[in-house]
Design a protein around this ligand. Sequence first.
Ligand SMILES: C[S@@+](CC[C@H](N)C(=O)[O-])C[C@H]1O[C@@H](n2cnc3c(N)ncnc32)[C@H](O)[C@@H]1O
Length: 228
Amino acid sequence: MPSLLQAMGLPHVLSRSRYTEDNLDQAVKQGMEQYVILGAGMDTFAFRRPDLLSQVQVFEVDHPATQAFKLNRLAELGWEIPSNLHFVPVDFTQESLADALKGTSYDLQTKSFFSWLGVTMYLTRNEVFATLRSITDIAPVGSAVIFDYFVPEEATPHMKEMQEDLRKIGEPIKTTFDPSTLAFELESLGLRLHENLSPSDIQERYFQSQTDGYYASKHVRFGWAVVE
Ligand SMILES: C[S@@+](CC[C@H](N)C(=O)[O-])C[C@H]1O[C@@H](n2cnc3c(N)ncnc32)[C@H](O)[C@@H]1O
């Protein structure tokens, strides 16, 4: 029988990417020219979406170890790296995102779209806030960041079991956010919470008509914040 982690993992990964890329698509139509993927992992956006890639500069920001693994894997597969895909190694626990991007071709004057999927839960609250603050430091007004976040343990059934599963695989959850105070917390960083999707919103938007038994995770929400 699949663990709770397996049962919620795949549909969640698919729906968070779909949410992000649907909104990126709209943003690109309105002139967004830079897409920064924070904690990109094995995300294949730059290879899957040539339609969008042709219109944006893409910056994959990731932990140096993960990024080195990915670059090796891309080389093994013989996948050609597009000229507008840039790799930026950063450890969010040690370095400032703003400083790292300033040393690249990232343009500080260009409105940018950031995604931060499957990462906030693995960092401390201070590390999450420091990185969000970096975004407001280096991205002009109207730039956006989409992220997913865990809700506190007491907020949903099975959250304890889920946390235990993650701890066992060496990925303990360090940070959750209370959805009712998130907008206020982001405001202090210069971010306006534009959308804060609940599990039932995600279920309705992406899983309602599915016949494969997939469903939205009850523990995770999607946030979309805009630089003010
Ligand atoms: C669960 S994966 C998510 C990958 C991808 N964003 C996705 O949606 O599938 C977590 C990612 O966060 C990155 N990460 C975790 N801790 C990090 C840190 N301290 N600094 C930079 N990246 C980190 C990992 O390297 C990994 O790529």
